[in-house]
Design a binder for this molecule. Sequence first.
Ligand code: ATP
Ligand code: MG
Length: 238
Amino acid sequence: MPENEKKFLEIVDLQKGFGSGETRQEVLRGMNFSVAKGEFCVLLGPSGSGKSTLLNIIGGIDGADSGYISINGDKLEDLGEKKLTEYRRKHLGYVFQMYNLIANLNVKENIEVGAYLSDTPLDIDDLLHTLGLYDHRYKLPNQLSGGQQQRVSIGRAIVKNPDILLCDEPTGALDYQTSKEILKLIEDVNKKYGNTVIMVTHNEAIKDMADHVIKLRDGAVRYNHINTNKVSAADLEW
Ligand SMILES: Nc1ncnc2c1ncn2[C@@H]1O[C@H](COP(=O)(O)OP(=O)(O)OP(=O)(O)O)[C@@H](O)[C@H]1O
Ligand SMILES: [Mg+2]
């Protein structure tokens, strides 16, 4: 693999703390790793280890205190507000743990919201089929199960066909069977569209389906492993 591909996404000496004086808390204490283009990367770590903080910085929602993130050789901090907005809108998909769907828009419309942001959106009907939501496309979020709502939120993020898909505990609120279906969906999306995926989870078993496993503890990377023998989501058990 060429060197520049290996370093599609680079996290370099990243530091981030919150608060000041006595209540100051250092959350990221010099974090380093890189992710290759198209890689399925799983980020593990105990609660409070800074996983969401890191995703927010990669997502351009929050800034670091020092160090930097670069994507395809461009440092995020050098982009400026206009380019950063464009990066968030067009090149990044973000799946939140709590879905964050728009309550008065139906399934199809919620996904269209994501499509409007992109110059090169995926075909919505095709995606609705991939998501297993085609028959539910005219339902409102409150008429859907939790797993279906999470599918819609994945659809909204993926319809942009983003370069990078960030997923924060996408199965955190779901039961075993539904979790496996959602993991399989993210796996299929990664294979079909080739997006670089960074997925946060508490669940150690999920690491086996990843190309790349990163474990965080005390604000730093404690384990960084490329999986040469990955298992498909359908075969995971926990
Ligand atoms: N905006 C903020 N202001 C102050 N402290 C914050 C802020 N955001 C996060 N923190 C603190 O930073 C630490 C890391 O939080 P973060 O949400 O990144 O953890 P996490 O690894 O995602 O945990 P979890 O697995 O529980 O979601 C926590 O101690 C949290 O209280
Ligand atoms: Mg979190």
